[in-house]
Design a protein around this ligand. Structure first.
Ligand SMILES: [Zn+2]
Length: 897
C-alpha cells in the first residue's frame, strides 16, 4: 500500500498511454524506492524532516536529546505529554456545547460561536469565564502563557513554537519513534480498521465525499478526491496533480485526527472573531466549517465589511449634506472598551446597549488554545507535511500547466500586467513619496516661498530661509545623499536608526515642516506632497494606495485636527484610501506624564470615534473624513519586547499605571475590542465599518501572529510565519491576507533572497506586494511597480503569478464592494474560477481552479477526520478514552522484538 502521485487531464497526454482520458505520470521511481525502503525498515525518505524536530519537545522518547541542548524548565511540562491535550479540547468543546444548549431557553439570547450565522443584531460576544471552564483548560492556559513568555525572553531558535532546522540526533530519534508508532498501529486491529475506513471513504462516490451543501462545482470536487475522474463539460481542462491511496500514510490515525480537530477548532475561533468585527472570512472555509457541524452554509450568513463607495465624478467628496442625526446615546469607557448607553439614565443604571462587548478573559482563553496548538507535536508534523506537499504540488502544477495558463492569458484582449488593478496595501503616508520627490519639493518651496513663516520654535517664528540658515545649508546644494532618508546597510536590525531616517538631513525641523499635519502651516506642505503622489497614481489609473496616518492617543483632539487637515486641504483621491496607524508608544507618553494610564490612551483614540458615530452633526468634519478611512493599523518595532506576560490576569487598562509598555497581544486585543464594538454601532447606523490590519510577524515573538490570527482582518509582513508550520497552515486555511514588503525587509530584518514571499505564494497563501516606505527603500517614481519588478525578476515570477498577487492586493484592500466588482469581476466574492473575470484580472482560470481545488482538498481532509471521529464516537464510546493508553502500550510491546 502506498500513495500514488499522479497527474491527469481530460485530454490524452503523450507521456503515457491514455486510458479513460487520464494518465499516471512520474513518481513511479519514488513510490518504488519508498516501498523498498519501508520493507528494509528505513524511515521514509522525506518523512518529517524539519518538522519532526518539533516533536522533540513533546514526546517522552525524545526528551533525552532535548535536555542535552536545553535546560529542562524551558520545555513546558504539559507539552511533554501528548495525551493531555486530548481531554483539554474535549472539555472546551463540552463547554461550547453546554452554551449552545443554553441558548434554547428564551431569556438567554447568546448564541454559540459556531452558530453566529443566523444572528441578527443585536449580537452578543460569547463569553467564556475561567471559573466556568474545566480545571484542565485553566491549567493549559496558564502553562501556555508561561512558556510563551519564556519564548519571548530567550529568542532561542529552538523554542517551543518553532521548528529547528538542524539537529540530526533529535531527527533520528523522532523518526524512529514515528516508525515505531506506525508499526504499532499496524499491529493494532482497531487502527487498521479505522485506516481502512478512511481509505474506503476516499474511493466512495462523490455525493458522500463532498457534502451536497457545499456550493462547490461537483466535477472539481470529484477531481480533487477521485483521481480516476474525467472532468465534465463544465469544468476546466488542465492537468491535475492528485494523490491516490491512503493519504493518511506517514502519520498515525490518532495524530491525524488530533491535528484535524485542533485545526478546525482554531478556524472556528477565527471565524467567531471575524464575524463579530465585520472582517472577511473566506466562503470556502466557512462552507467546510458548516459541513463539519452537519449544517448548510448559505449566502445570507456571509458577513462583509462595509466601505463607502468612491464619490462619482461631479460629486463633492467633502459634502456636509445628509449627515445623520444625533442619537443622544451616552458613552463611557469601561475596562478599556467604550460602552454605549441609550441615554444618561441607562448610563446611571449601568445598562449598556446590546452590543458584543468583548472581554479579556474570553480572549485569553481562546488565545491559549491556539497557542497550545502551535506547540503540539502531531499538529506541527501534520501541517509541515501538508505545506511541503502543497509546495511540491504547485511545482508540478506549474510544470504541467504553465503553457496552458500562458495561452489563456494571451487570449485575453486589452489586459496585461500593466493595466490590472494593484493596490499598495501597506504604505506610510509620511514616507509615501520617494527621496527624489521630497528633495525636489523642498527645493521648489525654497525657491518660491523662502520668506514664508513655516515654523514656530521656542516662541520664535521662523521663515523657510531662516530655518535653512540655522541648519547652515542651502537647499540648492542638497542631494539625495545629504538628504539621508534612504535606508541602507546601517539600518539592518537597527529599527532605532531606521526611525531617524524620517528626519531629512537628520533635522527634525524639516520633518516637522514637510511631513506633519499639525504644524505652523497646518500641514499644508505635507498635504501638497501627498496630493502630488495621489496625482501620479491617478495618472497611472491602475495603481491605488492605502497610506497610514498616525493617531497617537496623546490627546482627544488629534482626530479633529486630522479630519480638518484632510478636508481643508482636500486630500481625498479616488486612488487612495486611508488607514489610521496607532504607534505602540504608551511608555513614552507615560514617562512624559502626558497620560495617567493605558486606558486614557485608548480613550483618546476611540472615544472621539464613537462620539462622531453617535452624533455626526456635532462632528461633521470627522464624519466626512471617516468615510475614507477603511481601517486601523498597529505599528512599532516588534522586536522590542515587554517584560509583562499577557494573560487573563493582565491588569485592566485603568490599572495599567506603570511606565512599562504593555505587550503586543494586549495592544491588539484592546484595539480589536474597540473597533469591533464601533463597527457594530456603525453598522446599526448604516455607516461604513473599519478593518483591523496590524503590522505583525515582522520580528519578535511568534505569539504576535497568534493574536493577529484572532483579531486581524489581514496583516502586514508575516515573515515569522516561516517559523511556525501550524500558523502558516492556519493562515493558509483561513486565507488571511498578508501584505508583504520584501524590499523593506531587506533593509531592516531579512535579506531579500531569504524572504518567504515566493514560498508563501506557491503554497497558496493570500499574499500581496506593498512598498511600506518608498522614501526609504525605493528609487523610482512608481514604487509599487519597482516592488513588483524586483520580485518578478528575482523569483522569476510569471505574468500569471504577478497578476495573482495584484488580484490578492485588491481583495485585501479597503476598496469598496462596488470598486472590487468593477476591478475583479461582479462575482469576485465567489471562490474559484467562477469568481474571477479574466478579462479584468488577467489571472488564468486554470490557476484559479488549481487554488480553489487545493484549498477544498486540504479542508476536506480536516472535515472528514472530524466527522468520522464524531461518528466513530457514537458507534463505540469507549474508543476515545482508551486510545492514548493503547498507543503507548503498543509502542512498548513493539520495542522488544
Ligand atoms: Zn510599515
Amino acid at each position: 500500500m502506498f500513495q500514488k502521485l499522479s497527474a491527469h487531464s481530460s485530454h490524452s497526454v503523450t507521456t503515457a498511454p491514455a486510458q479513460n482520458g487520464h494518465t499516471t505520470l512520474a513518481c513511479k521511481w519514488f513510490t518504488e524506492t519508498r516501498a523498498v525502503q519501508r520493507a528494509l525498515g528505513h524511515p521514509r525518505p522525506h518523512a518529517g524532516h524539519r518538522s519532526t524536530l518539533g516533536n522533540t519537545h513533546k514526546h517522552k522518547d525524545s526528551e533525552t536529546h532535548i535536555h542535552l541542548k536545553q535546560p529542562k524548565e524551558r520545555c513546558s511540562p504539559l507539552l511533554n505529554n501528548t495525551d493531555q491535550v486530548f481531554p483539554v479540547h474535549f472539555a472546551y468543546l463540552a463547554l461550547i456545547l453546554k452554551k449552545m444548549k443554553r441558548r434554547d431557553t428564551p431569556q438567554f439570547k447568546q448564541k454559540s460561536p459556531h452558530n453566529l450565522g443566523k444572528i441578527e443584531m443585536p449580537r452578543q460576544f460569547p463569553k467564556v469565564l475561567l471559573s466556568e471552564v474545566d480545571e484542565s483548560v485553566r491549567l493549559l492556559a496558564e502553562k501556555v502563557y508561561a512558556s510563551a513568555l519564556k519564548e519571548e525572553d530567550t529568542k532561542d531558535s529552538l523554542s517551543m513554537y518553532t521548528v529547528s532546522e538542524d539537529c540530526p540526533i533529535g531527527m533520528n530519534q523522532v523518526r524512529e519513534r514515528e516508525m515505531l508508532k506506525e508499526i504499532a498501529e499496524q499491529y493494532s486491529e482497531e487502527s487498521t480498521k479505522r485506516k481502512k475506513s478512511f481509505k474506503m471513504k476516499r474511493s466512495q462516490s462523490l455525493s458522500q465525499q463532498f457534502p451536497s451543501s457545499l456550493n462547490i462545482c461537483p466535477e472539481w470536487a470529484l477531481s480533487v478526491v477521485a483521481p480516476l475522474f474525467t472532468p465534465g463539460a463544465h469544468s476546466l481542462e488542465f492537468q491535475r496533480v492528485t494523490i491516490s491511496g491512503d493519504y493518511c500514510a506517514g502519520i498515525t490515525v490518532e495524530d491525524y485526527e488530533q491535528a484535524a480537530k485542533t485545526l478546525i477548532k482554531a478556524l472556528f475561533i477565527r471565524e467567531k472573531y471575524s464575524r463579530l468585527a465585520y472582517h472577511r472570512f473566506p466562503r470556502t472555509t466557512a462552507q467546510f466549517l458548516r459541513s463539519a457541524e452537519n449544517q448548510k452554509w448559505n449566502v445570507e450568513e456571509e458577513i462583509l465589511p462595509d466601505m463607502c463607495p468612491c464619490p462619482q465624478e461631479g460629486e463633492d467628496p467633502y459634502t456636509m449634506e445628509g449627515i445623520p442625526d444625533d442619537l443622544n446615546y451616552a458613552l463611557q469607557m469601561k475596562d478599556g472598551i467604550v460602552y454605549v448607553y441609550n441615554d444618561a439614565e441607562a448610563l446611571k443604571q449601568q445598562q449598556p446597549r446590546s452590543l458584543p462587548y468583548p472581554d479579556l478573559e474570553t480572549f485569553a482563553i481562546d488565545l491559549s488554545h491556539v497557542l497550545a496548538m502551535i506547540a503540539d507535536g502531531p499538529t506541527k508534523t501534520y501541517c509541515h507535511r501538508r505545506l511541503n506537499f502543497m509546495a511540491s504540488k504547485f511545482y508540478l502544477h506549474e510544470m504541467l500547466n504553465e503553457m496552458a495558463e500562458l495561452k489563456e492569458l494571451k487570449r485575453v484582449p486589452h489586459r496585461d500586467f500593466y493595466n490590472v488593478r494593484k493596490v499598495d496595501t501597506h504604505i506610510h503616508a509620511a514616507a509615501c513619496m520617494n527621496q527624489k520627490h521630497l528633495l525636489k519639493f523642498i527645493q521648489t518651496t525654497y525657491k518660491t516661498e523662502a520668506d514664508r513663516v513655516v515654523l514656530e520654535k521656542g516662541g520664535q517664528k521662523l521663515t523657510l530661509k531662516q530655518v535653512f540658515d540655522t541648519l547652515t545649508m542651502d537647499p540648492y546644494d542638497l542631494t539625495v545623499d545629504s538628504l539621508d532618508v534612504h535606508a541602507g546597510r546601517q539600518t539592518f536590525h537597527r529599527f532605532d536608526k531606521f526611525n531617524s531616517k524620517y528626519n531629512p538631513v537628520g533635522a527634525s525641523e524639516l520633518r516637522e515642516i514637510y511631513l506633519k499635519t499639525d504644524n505652523y502651516i497646518k500641514g499644508e506642505y505635507f498635504a501638497r506632497i501627498i496630493k502630488e503622489v495621489a496625482h501620479e497614481l491617478e495618472e497611472s489609473k491602475y495603481q491605488h494606495a492605502e497610506p497610514r496616518m498616525s493617531i497617537y492617543g496623546r490627546s482627544p483632539v488629534e482626530w479633529e485636527s486630522l479630519a480638518s487637515w484632510f478636508i481643508q486641504h482636500k486630500v481625498h483621491s479616488p486612488n487612495m484610501r486611508w488607514v489610521i496607524q496607532v504607534p505602540r508608544i504608551y511608555d513614552i507618553f507615560k514617562s512624559k506624564n502626558i497620560i495617567p494610564n493605558y486606558a486614557k490612551l485608548l480613550e483618546n483614540i476611540f472615544l472621539p470615534l464613537f462620539k462622531a458615530t453617535v452624533n455626526p452633526q456635532k462632528n461633521k468634519e470627522m464624519h466626512v473624513f471617516l468615510k475614507y478611512v477603511t481601517g486601523f493599523d498597529s505599528v512599532d518595532d516588534e522586536s522590542k519586547h515587554s517584560d509583562h506576560m499577557f494573560s487573563y490576569k493582565s491588569p485592566k487598562p485603568e490599572e495599567w499605571t506603570s511606565g512599562e509598555n504593555p505587550p503586543y497581544s494586549y495592544y491588539l486585543f484592546y484595539m480589536y475590542a474597540n473597533i469591533m464594538v464601533l463597527n457594530n454601532l456603525r453598522k446599526e447606523r448604516g455607516l461604513n465599518t473599519f478593518q483591523f490590519r496590524p503590522h505583525c510577524g515582522e520580528a519578535g515573538s511568534i505569539t504576535h501572529l497568534v493574536s493577529a490570527f484572532l483579531t486581524a482582518d489581514n496583516i502586514s509582513h508575516g515573515l515569522n510565519l516561516k517559523k511556525s508550520p501550524v500558523l502558516q497552515y492556519l493562515y493558509y486555511l483561513a486565507q488571511v491576507p498578508i501584505a508583504m514588503s520584501p524590499l523593506s525587509n531587506n533593509s531592516l530584518f531579512l535579506e531579500y533572497s531569504k524572504n518567504p514571499l515566493k514560498e508563501f505564494l506557491q503554497k497558496g497563501l493570500c499574499v500581496s506586494l506593498s512598498t511600506d516606505d518608498p522614501m526609504q527603500f525605493h528609487y523610482t517614481k512608481e514604487a509599487l511597480m519597482e516592488e513588483y519588478a524586483i520580485a518578478a525578476q528575482l523569483w522569476k515570477l510569471s505574468t500569471c503569478d504577478t497578476c495573482e498577487i495584484a488580484r490578492n492586493s485588491v481583495l485585501q484592500s479597503g476598496l469598496s464592494h462596488q470598486e472590487k466588482m468593477h476591478f475583479l469581476g461582479p462575482n469576485y466574492l465567489q471562490d474559484g474560477p467562477e469568481g474571477n473575470d479574466i478579462r479584468r484580472t488577467n489571472v488564468a482560470q486554470i490557476r484559479m481552479a488549481y487554488r480553489h481545488e487545493t484549498l477544498c482538498n486540504e479542508l476536506s481532509f480536516l472535515v472528514e477526520a472530524v466527522k468520522s471521529e464524531a461518528s466513530g464516537t457514537q458507534a463505540s464510546s469507549h474508543t476515545n478514552t482508551h486510545r492514548p493508553a493503547q498507543r503507548f502500550g503498543g509502542n512498548k510491546q513493539i520495542k522488544g522484538p
